[in-house]
Design a protein around this ligand. Structure first.
Ligand code: ADP
Ligand code: MG
Length: 604
């Protein structure tokens, strides 16, 4: 039995007096709204550096920013006699300039950031306004930003360095809300990346525990994207046709649609030069892609919106996470349209467009799609299910004629548009075989059948096991913390597939080798990124995803001319692959017209 509590709180007979909270406590409460985690400090300090006209911003983190965050810029600096003042609540140099329309576009002018940071960490400011090489440095008492504890002259060129040490050290409850150093560094990286894309003319550098996580050249957007994602992604960019609305303009770039990601963090939207992703704008950006991307995959794009400064208020949310954007609906609609246009109206994959009633339509509607039954439970859209019992059965066939149960022996006749192999069967049926999908399927089966333990050297086209091909330069890929954890557990298994990844701090990995696939030299960066993401899928299907990606990458592309012997070899391989009717992505890989169709159509 529990002992009864004898120390009952005494119930006062009189109401206690109402008092004003001590100022330091008020500040700590307010700071909690602005400063949630290292990434929010980074955001505020970058905002300030940009407002000061910086062209170069360096960000340094230690321990995910919990031990140290340092942001240095080459902006116009803070006068030495105003350093302490800048850290006081509600002090700003930005209000005085409010008449000046250009300055209204600054990134927030509540005069709260430095004071809030000082309320929850130790804050050091070093700043110089001129080229004398001499700067003033002050350090404030942690939690009491109105008390300067040290002050000195130090050497420094023009600009400001803000150092934040021991964030939330005296606030265990806040600290408990943070995740590990790697996860916090990853969040900060996402913030810096978003600024780097929003302000390509500014050179950004981010390091974590001495490792370089990001560096941009401070030039135009394509070179910034190249620095962040590699040349392949940068080369795939196409510019949005600039849109001019009454109070706004939209411009930007979309990356090729073969570059897609499992998260939305590569959709870079900015309003007046600050990263800002409202739900409506994000949704509009993605709608511009529909139906070009698979479910669960998200694009890489950059849309820069410029609005008259009075159309936006970024100060409504303490952490500036949201902004009030007038005319948001019409902006969203224009954005969607611009993206749609830039991507072009071309369909993503080969499809039969049968319009009933026309002759061609009638003919096409007679065509048999050799398509397998879809797996009953498809956990992921790309998941094929070849092992099902009825796999050889044709699930889709028109009524009057006998469906085919397996791919007959085919004799190639010609290649159409470097895309389809036209072939005939002994019965005189005409087959159209998609060369890419057919080869993809052949490779898929081959990789799947390669036993895990097999030694390298005993496969022909695709090495599914053992040493992969070494990359000249290791590629850096960044995953979400969750993906990183999963990938870390699979590193050995991946190495046996030829994909050699090495943890590189945070959720960043270095890829040193990748599996041998014939087409892998092309678009390596994007391929490796997708492969690593597939390998980090949180389910048992991840091997299948990796296998599909390998097969897809290794397969003969559409557009590649094939000689008749090559066509013959591919058709034979496809036939011996056993299950002929569907490519690993689940799309039809062959269509056929039976002889009866021709007899009927031509009235023979
Ligand atoms: P706000 O940015 O809303 O004005 P802050 O607390 O972030 O408030 O900064 C207070 C003031 O300190 C700014 O208005 C600016 O005058 C000055 N300041 C802060 N950071 C910098 C910097 N990196 N370069 C120049 N001035 C700065
Ligand atoms: Mg500020």
């Amino acid at each position: 039995m529990e002992k009864p509590n004898t120390t009952q709180p005494t119930i006062p007979t009189m109401p206690p007096p109402i008092r004003e909270l001590p100022r330091s406590l008020v500040e700590r409460i307010a700071a909690g709204e602005v400063i949630e985690r290292p990434a929010s400090v980074v955001r505020e300090l970058i905002d300030n550096a940009l407002d000061a006209g910086a062209t170069e911003i360096r960000i340094e983190l230690r321990d995910g920013g919990m031990r140290l965050i340092r942001v240095s810029d080459d902006g116009w600096g803070i006068r030495s006699d105003e350093l302490a003042l800048a850290c006081q609540p509600h002090t700003t140099s930005k209000i005085a300039q409010m008449d000046d329309l250009a300055c209204l576009a600054t990134l927030g002018f509540r005069g709260e950031a430095l004071a809030s940071i000082g309320a929850v960490a130790e804050l050091t400011l070093t700043s110089a306004c001129d080229k004398s090489g001499m700067a003033r440095e002050i350090t404030l008492r942690p939690g009491a930003p109105d008390e300067v504890i040290t002050e000195a002259n130090v050497a420094r060129g023009r600009g400001t360095t803000v150092t934040v040490r021991h964030l939330f050290q005296t606030m265990p409850a806040r600290r408990a809300l943070l995740r590990g150093p790697a996860a916090e560094a990853t969040r900060a990286l996402a913030v810096v990346r978003a600024y780097a894309v929003a302000r390509p003319a500014v050179r950004f550098t981010l390091t974590h525990d001495g490792d370089l996580l990001l560096q941009t050249p401070g030039a135009d957007l394509p070179s910034t994207i190249e620095a962040l994602y590699g040349a392949d992604v940068a080369n795939s960019l196409s510019a949005l046709e600039p849109v001019h609305l009454t109070n706004a303009t939209i411009s930007g770039y979309v990356a090729g649609r073969s570059f897609h990601f499992p998260t939305r963090e590569h959709i870079f939207l900015s309003v007046n030069g600050r990263p800002l992703a409202t739900r409506a704008l994000l949704a509009a950006a993605e709608a511009g892609y529909r139906p070009l991307l698979r479910k669960g995959r998200h694009p890489l794009l950059n849309a820069r919106i410029t609005v008259d400064p009075d159309r936006i208020d970024v100060n409504i949310h303490p952490a500036k996470a949201e902004a009030l954007l007038r005319d948001e609906a019409s902006l969203a609609a224009a954005l969607r349209q611009a993206i749609h246009q830039a991507l072009g109206a071309a369909p993503l994959s080969f499809a039969v467009a049968a319009s009933p009633g026309t002759r061609a339509g009638a003919m096409l509607s007679q065509a048999r799609q050799l398509r397998l039954p879809m797996p009953r439970r498809r956990r992921l859209a790309r998941l094929p299910s070849f092992s099902e019992a009825g796999a050889r059965q044709l699930a889709w066939a028109t009524t009057e004629e006998t469906p085919l149960h397996e791919l007959p022996e085919l004799e190639p006749l010609a290649q159409f548009a470097n895309t389809l192999i036209l072939a005939q069967s002994p019965e005189g049926h005409l087959f159209l075989v998609d060369q890419h999908r057919a080869h993809e399927r052949v490779l898929y089966e081959r990789i799947k059948q390669t036993p895990q333990e097999s030694q390298p050297g005993d496969q022909d086209e695709v090495s599914a096991a053992g040493a992969g091909q070494l990359l000249l330069e290791p590629l850096m890929i960044e995953l979400t913390p969750m993906q990183a954890e999963i990938l870390t557990a699979r590193l050995d298994e991946l190495a046996s597939l030829g994909l050699e990844c090495q943890p590189f701090g945070g959720s960043v990995f270095l890829v040193r080798a990748l599996p041998h696939v014939p087409g892998a030299a092309h678009d390596v960066a994007a391929f490796v990124r997708e492969l690593a993401q597939d390998a980090a899928i949180e389910s048992d299907d991840w091997r299948d995803h990796v296998t599909i990606a390998l097969a897809c990458r290794g397969a003969i592309r559409r557009g590649q001319p094939l000689s008749l012997p090559e066509q013959r070899a591919l058709l034979a391989d496809l036939r011996s692959a056993g299950v002929a009717s569907v490519c690993p992505h689940g799309s039809p890989l062959a269509i056929y017209y039976s002889q009866e169709v021709f007899i009927r159509l031509f009235g023979w």
